[in-house]
Design a binder for this molecule. Structure first.
Ligand code: SAM
Ligand code: SF4
Ligand code: SF4
Length: 380
C-alpha cells in the first residue's frame, strides 16, 4: 500500500521544517491547503495532502479474548506463536517513538493491541506518554482502546497516571451473543463493571465500540443504544471490516452504517453532528431529545481515506500507514541501532510524505485477498 516517489514533498518539508533542528519551525504549518485554519498543524503531509494527526500504538499482540472477527480461536489457539518479549518495544522505545511523532504533528495517541491491559505495568507507560508535549506546549490527547475485562482493576491507576479517556469494546448486552463473539464466553457483566470503573475514575467521555455483524448481533443494536443513552456512554457502531486474513470476512455480513443509523432513527429521532476534527473516523449523530450522541464508523460502505490522518506502530515497532497494509516499516531496528532522534524523525517524515494509502476507497475482489497484517498485530 505504499506509494512510490513523493520525495520532493519530503525535501520541501525537511528544508523548511526539520533542518534547523529536529523540531518543527514555530509558525510553519504544512498541509495548509488541506486543512481548515483551526486544524493547521506542523509536520509533513502525504501525497494526498494529509497530515499525521493520530498515532495508534500497539503495546502487545496478545489478548485474553478470541473475538471471532479478530482472533478466531480456531487459528489463534494454544500453539500460536505470539511475539517473544525481546521483540516487543520497551516502554522507553515507545515513549521515544511517540515523542518524535508528536514533534511531527501528532496530537492524539491511542494505546491499543491486542489487549493493551494485558501488558504489565501499563500505567508506567501511560505516565511517560502523558508527559509528552506538543510543539506549542499543549498536552497530547491520550486515550486507550480495551476489551474492558481488566478495567475494574486498572481504570484508577491508569487515570492517576494521566490517561484522559477510554474506549471499551462491547458487541452485545446478551451473554449468549457476546460470549460467542468474544470466543471465551466472557460475561457482559464484567465488561459493564469495567465501564463503571472507567466512569468512576473520570475516564470520560467513555466510548463503546460495537462491531455489528449481519445475523450475529444485529438484534443487540437497539438494546445497546438504549443502555448507552441511559449510562451516558457514546456508542459507536463499527462496520465489520476485512482486516487481516483470518476472519473469513464476507461483504454480506457487513451491516452498512446508514442502515444502523436508520435503525436508531426509527426509535429515537437523530440529527447529524459536526465532526470533532479532520480525520475523525466516526460519523456522529445526536439524539434530538438531548439523549447524547452516537457514532457510526463506515469504513466499508463509505470509506474516509481522503481524511485519514492515522499512523500505527505495531508491538514489534513496525510503522504502518494504513490499517490494510501488507507491510510495515521497521522502526525497531533504527531504535536499537543507536540512531539519533534527528535520523528517526527524518525517516518517519519521509515515510509519511511518500504515503498514498487509500485501501478502503480501492477495495475490490483483488484487494480483499491480499496477505494483510492482522488487526490485533498492527494495533486496531
Ligand atoms: N483489544 C482491544 C479491544 O478489543 O478494544 C483493542 C484492540 S481491537 C483490535 C480494537 C478495535 O478493533 C475493537 O473495538 C474491535 O472491536 C475492533 N475490531 C477488531 N476486528 C475488527 C473487524 N474485523 N472489523 C471491525 N472492527 C474490528
Ligand atoms: Fe482481543 Fe480486541 Fe481482537 Fe477482541 S477485538 S480479539 S478483544 S484484540
Ligand atoms: Fe486510512 Fe487505510 Fe483505512 Fe483508508 S483504508 S481510512 S487510508 S487506514
Amino acid at each position: 500500500m505504499q506509494s512510490a516517489g513523493g520525495t520532493s514533498g519530503l525535501r520541501r518539508w525537511y528544508r523548511r521544517v526539520a533542518l534547523p533542528g529536529i523540531g518543527p519551525v514555530p509558525g510553519y504549518h504544512a498541509g495548509m491547503d488541506a486543512q481548515r485554519p483551526s486544524e493547521r498543524r506542523p509536520g509533513p503531509t502525504d501525497t494526498l495532502g494529509r497530515p499525521i494527526h493520530d498515532l495508534r500504538i500497539s503495546v502487545t499482540d496478545r489478548c485474553n479474548f478470541r473475538c471471532t472477527y479478530c482472533m478466531p480461536k480456531e487459528i489463534f489457539g494454544q500453539d500460536y506463536a505470539f511475539l517473544p518479549r525481546d521483540q516487543v518495544l520497551s516502554f522507553e522505545e515507545i515513549e521515544r517513538t511517540a515523542r518524535i511523532f508528536v514533534s511531527l504533528g501528532v496530537a492524539k495517541l491511542r494505546i491499543t493491541g491486542g489487549e493493551p491491559l494485558v501488558r504489565r505495568d501499563l500505567p508506567d507507560l501511560i505516565a511517560m506518554l502523558a508527559a509528552i508535549r506538543q510543539p506549542d506546549g499543549g498536552e497530547v490527547d491520550l486515550t486507550l482502546t480495551t476489551n474492558g475485562s481488566a478495567l475494574r482493576a486498572l481504570a484508577r491507576p491508569l487515570a492517576d497516571a494521566g490517561l484522559r479517556r477510554v474506549t471499551v469494546s462491547l458487541d452485545s448486552l446478551d451473554d449468549t451473543v457476546f460470549g460467542a463473539m468474544n470466543g471465551i464466553e466472557f460475561p457482559v457483566e464484567r465488561v459493564l463493571d469495567g465501564i463503571d470503573a472507567a466512569f468512576e475514575a473520570g475516564l470520560s467521555p467513555v466510548k463503546v465500540n460495537m462491531v455489528v455483524r449481519r445475523g450475529i448481533n444485529e438484534s443487540s443494536v437497539i438494546p445497546m443504544a438504549r443502555w448507552a443513552r441511559e449510562r451516558g456512554a457514546i456508542l459507536r457502531f463499527i462496520e465489520y471490516m476485512d482486516v487481516g486474513h483470518s476472519n473469513g470476512w464476507r461483504l454480506d455480513e457487513v451491516v452498512p452504517a446508514d442502515e444502523l443509523v436508520a435503525t436508531i432513527a426509527a426509535v429515537w429521532p437523530v440529527e447529524p453532528a459536526a465532526p470533532g476534527y479532520r480525520g475523525e473516523v466516526a460519523g456522529r449523530w445526536g439524539y434530538a431529545d438531548g439523549g447524547g450522541e452516537f457514532g457510526a464508523i463506515s469504513s466499508v460502505t463509505q470509506p474516509f481515506c481522503r481524511d485519514c490522518t492515522r499512523a500505527r506502530i505495531s508491538a514489534e515497532g513496525k510503522l504502518y500507514t494504513c490499517l490494510f497494509a501488507v507491510d510495515g516499516h521497521d522502526l525497531r531496528a533504527m531504535l536499537r541501532s543507536g540512531a539519533p532522534d534527528a535520523e528517526l524523525t527524518e525517516t518517519i517524515a519521509g515515510i509519511w510524505t511518500r504515503r498514498g494509502d487509500r485501501y478502503s476507497e480501492l477495495r475490490s475482489a483483488a484487494t480483499t485477498t491480499l496477505p494483510k497484517i492482522e488487526m490485533f498485530a498492527m494495533g486496531g
